[in-house]
Design a protein around this ligand. Structure first.
Ligand SMILES: Nc1ncnc2c1ncn2[C@@H]1O[C@H](COP(=O)(O)OP(=O)(O)OP(=O)(O)O)[C@@H](O)[C@H]1O
Length: 393
């Protein structure tokens, strides 16, 4: 285990940011995250893990990194991640005393995690894995919305109840338009400690059934293997200590599928924060490569309004005033009925966006010249607005 400084210049952002989630605790999500990360590092990728399981951070221990060692600071006051088995790691466990459970409210958790992603000197990364806290509550939803995730993986065990909960997790990710990269069935079958053969003493196949039912990929099964428990306790991942085991080989296959899977969206690079007057932060246009999704490939603003080119090649202008009038925030729309609360007559004919920023990978936020800045416009909504008649108000 070493602690090495990485480039402290502003990060370009990881090529892929993948959330590892589970509907409930104890299904092996952190173990899966660690072994996938080490498998990817061994395949030559530059890999980082954000231990976002802020209430029960276990990643450093599984990689043999002392939990209570505070991380070093770089010259630009950015935190330098720890590194073990070729994987860079940042975790709440490094910032709090092991004996003091972190009692943090939701907004604080999101603040810390944003910091973990953007204020850490990660250097160049091919893949950043986020080990999410278990469950499908507000924290998970906020996290899924806060980062430009390439997609999410859902870990489940074969038991019925666990699969039902996994289904809820999948639906949650769908709601915030985070692509599901697939389902992993953990503890599926038992690996005999003496002969290494896998026998299916419990249910199996539920993960594949859910994946089929919801139309998402099934990434594979990891058998129940007593060596995994010892590996976690000793800080030597199974991939390193028992590379020939059936479970280690399953991790390697899943890692290969995730590292090279068809998850790139093909749209503009995210995140961005564009100040319209200076053009600073404006997302660089990329070619529209085809596809049916609501993914922007280029954005422009002129006197006529906001023009968006979509991945399927469609492009149209939404007048700036229409955007302001359509603001979906709670002050401008009734949250229950959706009725407009904003009087269009109060909106100046000259209103225009002054700043546009990406929200997760499904929406943009917009600040207007009248000072209003709380609306979040999903790509889907913008696409529908482009198709609708201009409001005659
Ligand atoms: N395939 C497996 N075979 C045997 N034991 C496993 C397997 N996967 C995980 N475990 C063990 O199950 C326990 C829980 O695993 P882990 O901490 O990774 O779960 P988790 O879903 O991240 O839990 P939480 O989110 O509550 O921290 C650990 O002791 C781990 O070693």
């Amino acid at each position: 285990m070493t602690t090495q400084p990485h480039s402290t210049s502003a990060p370009a952002g990881p090529r892929r940011m993948i959330a590892v989630s589970s509907g409930k605790g104890g299904v092996g999500k952190s173990t899966v995250t660690v072994n996938l990360a080490v498998a990817m590092a061994r395949a030559g990728l530059r890999v980082g893990i954000v231990d976002a399981d802020i209430y029960g951070p276990s990643i450093p221990g599984m990689l043999g990194i002392p939990g209570n060692a505070p991380p070093a600071m770089g010259p630009d006051r950015r935190v330098i991640p720890s590194e073990a088995h070729g994987v860079r790691v940042i975790s709440m466990a490094m910032l709090t005393d092991d004996d003091q459970p972190s009692i943090l409210r939701g907004p604080m958790v999101t603040k810390y995690l944003r910091m973990f992603v953007s204020q850490v000197a990660w250097g160049e990364l091919d893949v950043l894995l986020l080990d999410l806290p278990p469950g499908t509550g507000d924290i998970q939803l906020t996290l899924a919305q806060s980062f430009p995730l390439t997609g999410a993986v859902v870990v489940s065990t074969p038991q019925d109840v666990s699969l039902k909960i996994a289904r809820r997790g999948l639906r949650m990710m769908e709601q915030v338009q985070v692509p599901i990269l697939g389902v992993i069935e953990n503890m599926s079958g038992f690996t005999c400690p003496s002969c290494g053969e896998v026998s299916h003493i419990f249910h199996q196949g539920g993960g594949a059934a859910i994946a089929t039912e919801l139309g998402v990929p099934f990434l594979g099964k990891v058998p129940l293997d007593p060596a995994i428990v010892d590996s976690g306790d000793e800080g030597i991942p199974l991939i390193v200590g028992h590379p020939d085991s059936a479970a280690a080989q399953a991790y390697c296959r899943i890692a290969a599928a995730l590292a090279g899977g068809p998850a790139e969206t093909g749209g503009v690079a995210l995140p961005f924060d564009w100040t319209v007057a200076t053009g600073i932060g404006k997302p660089a246009p990329v070619p529209a490569t085809g596809g049916a999704q609501d993914i922007p490939c280029a954005m422009d603003i002129d006197a006529a309004g906001l023009e968006i080119l979509w991945v399927d090649g469609e492009s149209r202008i939404i007048p700036a005033r229409d955007l302001r009038i359509a603001c979906p925030c709670a002050a401008c729309r009734d949250e229950v009925t959706g009725a407009r609360l904003l009087d269009p007559e109060m909106v100046s004919l000259a209103v225009a966006p002054t700043r546009i920023w990406s929200v997760g990978n499904y929406a943009i936020g917009m600040a207007f010249s009248d000072g209003h800045a709380s609306g979040i416009y999903t790509f889907k909504t913008l696409r529908q607005m482009q198709g609708a008649e201009t409001e005659d108000v």
